[in-house]
Design a protein around this ligand. Structure first.
Ligand SMILES: CC(C)(COP(=O)(O)OP(=O)(O)OC[C@H]1O[C@@H](n2cnc3c(N)ncnc32)[C@H](O)[C@@H]1OP(=O)(O)O)[C@@H](O)C(=O)NCCC(=O)NCCS
Length: 216
């Protein structure tokens, strides 16, 4: 048994682990989903949000990523993200983790991409796996964290952040739009057994066409 499965069994118990495994297998057999790709240009014009008082954002190191487990996420994914030279971000209130996300700097894991990896356009980072703990949702923590993450990426020379959100995920779409993300492409992905099809249609100006070329 792999360490990953063993950790999951210990954390979630056999019933939840079996349920998650069944869902994954079903997703491998049949999947149909639609995502909107968003882009935020890292310039002074972008709208900003501030973290609520007492909440702080950190760029996590490998010793801090166990906090991901409190969001039901596997810390191993965060360790792999860091090992690839990417960033894991955590927001805390006191010792309590309230928010987490990853930023990928050169290539991002995107199931719809060929080989499961999207090589990013030059100057663009990819935001993935944002989550606010259920009790802290609605306090504007995610948009404020993305504002600060944008500042840091801009300081490092990045010109844009891209992220994909399921079309039906209204909360997430509202959250990114608060801090200057605009839709640049719509991506449909369908998989039946081993057959898969991805189509991406660029909308408006921005990196949509470039993402479409890299994904289709
Ligand atoms: C998407 C998410 C990260 C937003 O985080 P957040 O810190 O709550 O962001 P905001 O406070 O700006 O709230 C965004 C929207 O969530 C919705 N919302 C507000 N309170 C909420 C609550 N208590 N519970 C759930 N959603 C709520 C509202 O639609 C809100 O938009 P509005 O402020 O225009 O009304 C968070 O909802 C989340 O973790 N969702 C589950 C994981 C997920 O879908 N991640 C995104 C993957 S792309």
């Amino acid at each position: 048994m792999s360490v990953r499965i063993w950790n999951r069994l210990r954390r979630d118990g056999p019933v939840e682990t079996a349920r998650t495994a069944a869902l994954r297998i079903r997703k491998l057999a049949y999947l149909r989903e639609e995502h909107v790709w968003y882009q935020c240009d890292l310039d002074e014009q972008r709208p900003r949000r501030d973290l609520p008082e007492g909440v702080r954002l950190v760029s996590a190191d490998v010793c801090q990523v166990d906090a991901l487990a409190s969001f039901g996420r596997d810390p191993e994914e965060a360790r792999q993200c860091l090992a690839g030279g990417n960033d894991v971000w955590l927001a805390f209130e006191g010792d309590q983790p309230l928010f987490a996300c990853f930023t990928f700097l050169h290539a991002a894991p995107v199931m719809a991409a060929s080989g499961g990896t999207l090589s990013l356009p030059p100057g663009a980072a990819c935001l993935e796996d944002s989550v606010t703990s259920p009790a802290a949702r609605g306090r504007g923590i995610a948009p404020a964290a993305w504002t600060l993450i944008g500042d840091e990426l801009e300081r490092r020379g990045f010109r844009a952040i891209v992220t994909k959100i399921e079309t039906s995920n209204t909360a997430s779409r509202r959250a990114v739009e608060k801090v200057g993300f605009r839709s640049v492409a719509v991506m449909q992905h369908k998989r039946v057994g081993p057959r898969r099809r991805t189509s991406v249609e660029a909308v408006g100006s921005g990196l949509g066409s470039e993402l479409a070329a890299r994904l289709s």
